[in-house]
Design a protein around this ligand. Sequence first.
Ligand SMILES: NC(=O)c1ccc[n+]([C@@H]2O[C@H](COP(=O)([O-])OP(=O)(O)OC[C@H]3O[C@@H](n4cnc5c(N)ncnc54)[C@H](O)[C@@H]3O)[C@@H](O)[C@H]2O)c1
Length: 417
Amino acid sequence: MNTFIPNKLYSFLNTDNSSGETVNQLFPGQKVVANLEKGRGDNLSIGIIGAGNFAAFAANVFITIIGIKIIAVADVNEMAGNKLAEELKATYHLDYMDLLADNSIDLVYIATPPHLHFEMSKNALLAGKHVICEKPAALKTLDVITLQALAKEFQLLYVVNLMQRYNPLYTMVQKIIQQKMMGNFLHGFFENYASDENLQEQHWFWDETKSGGIFIEHGVHFFDMFSGWLGHGKVINAVEQKRKSCDTTIYDRVQATVLYEAGTVNFYHGFDQPKILDRQEMRLLFERGEITLYEWVPVSMKLHGLFTNEQLQALQDLIGPCTIVKHPAETSGKKVMGRFTEIIFDEQVTIQCGSNSEKQHRYQQLLKDMLQDQWNWIKDRSHQRIINDTNAVESVRMAEAAHAIGCSFNLKGETPL
Ligand SMILES: NC(=O)c1ccc[n+]([C@@H]2O[C@H](COP(=O)([O-])OP(=O)(O)OC[C@H]3O[C@@H](n4cnc5c(N)ncnc54)[C@H](O)[C@@H]3O)[C@@H](O)[C@H]2O)c1
C-alpha cells in the first residue's frame, strides 16, 4: 500500500512542478497509466462499493440507462453485498480492493459512509477507474483537492453525486436569477426540517468522525445549489446544537449564514422530525417578489410577485404548465416603491407548478441524468457537464467552514446559553 502525502501532492499539482516529480513518483510502486479508452464504448461497466440503502436505490436507476452494466458489488456486510449483487446479477466482493483489481470495470460508484470516501476514491483513481462518489466527497477539503488533482493527472472522471443541479426547477431558478426576471436577488432561506425516524442512536450519521456532521454529510447538497445560483459564498456565521435528551453526543440542528455577492442566505438543517412532519422549503427573495421551492429534492415551486405583462409571459414561457392566480392590485397606476426605486407592474400574481407526487420520479430522473451527463464526458471530453470535480471541492469547502465555526461556538460540547 502506498504512503499518501496530500500536502506534497497538493503543492505538486498547484505549482509549476519545477521539481519534476510525477504522481507516480509520489505513489512509489503504483503504476497508473491514463487509459483514455476506458468507458468510451457503447457500454459502461460499473462496480459499486457499499451496498446500503442508497446504493440499492441508485443502482436500480443506473441500469435503466442503455449501455450501463453493474458487474460487481463490494460491501463488508456480506448479507447486504450479496443481496444487491444477486439482484443485479453482479459479482460480490467482501474487500473492495478486489473489485478495484477487476480490469473490466470502467467506473466505480462509491456509496459507503462519508469517512471512507477519500480513501476509496483515491484507491479507485489509483486503480485507473473513473469515480462517482456519493456526497460528501470527503471530510476535509484538502482531501477533495487531492482527489481532484489525481483525477486530472490520470485523465479520469471524478465527480460527487450532487445531483440537485440536474433538477429542472434548479435550472429555472438559475435563469430567473441570471436574467433578473424578478429583479435583483436580496435574501435566501433554506429550511430543512428532516426526519430522524430511520436514524437510530448508533447510526453512523450521528458520529462526526464518520459523517463529518450535518453540514458536511447533508449540507453540501444545498451549499452547492446556492453556489450555482449565487456564485462563491463565504460562511460568516454558524451554530450546531446538541440534543440534550440522549446520552450519545448528537448534534441534530445546525444553522449557517452565508454571504454571497448578491446577499445572504440562511441555511437551517434539523434532523429531529417524525417522517410524517418532514418538510423542506427554500425561499429566494427578489425586488419584485419571491420564489419558494418545496421538498429537499424540489418538486414544486411557487412564485409570488409584481410583474408587467411581458415579464409574466416570459415567466410562463420558462416555467411551462402552471396555475396563475391574479390578485386584485390595491395601488393606483400600478406603481410602487422599493429600495428608493419605482416598480411598475401590471399584475400581482401567484404562479404555482409541480406536485409532491413527483418526488420519487424526480429523484430517479436526477440520478439518471447525472450518470448520463458524466458518461457523455467520459466519451467526449469537450462535453460541458452540469457538475464536475469543482462542485465536490467547493461544497466541502463551505461545509467544512460552517462546521468549524459551529464547533467553535460550542464550548466543550455545550451550547453556551
Ligand atoms: N445523493 C443523495 O441524495 C444521497 C441520499 C442518501 C445517501 N447518500 C449518501 O450515500 C452514502 C451511503 O448512505 P446510505 O444511506 O446508503 O448508508 P448505509 O449505511 O445504508 O450504507 C452504507 C454501506 O456501506 C457499507 N460499508 C461500510 N464500510 C465498508 C467498507 N469498508 N467496504 C465496503 N462497504 C462498506 C456498509 O456495510 C453499508 O452497506 C452516504 O455518503 C450518504 O451521504 C446520498
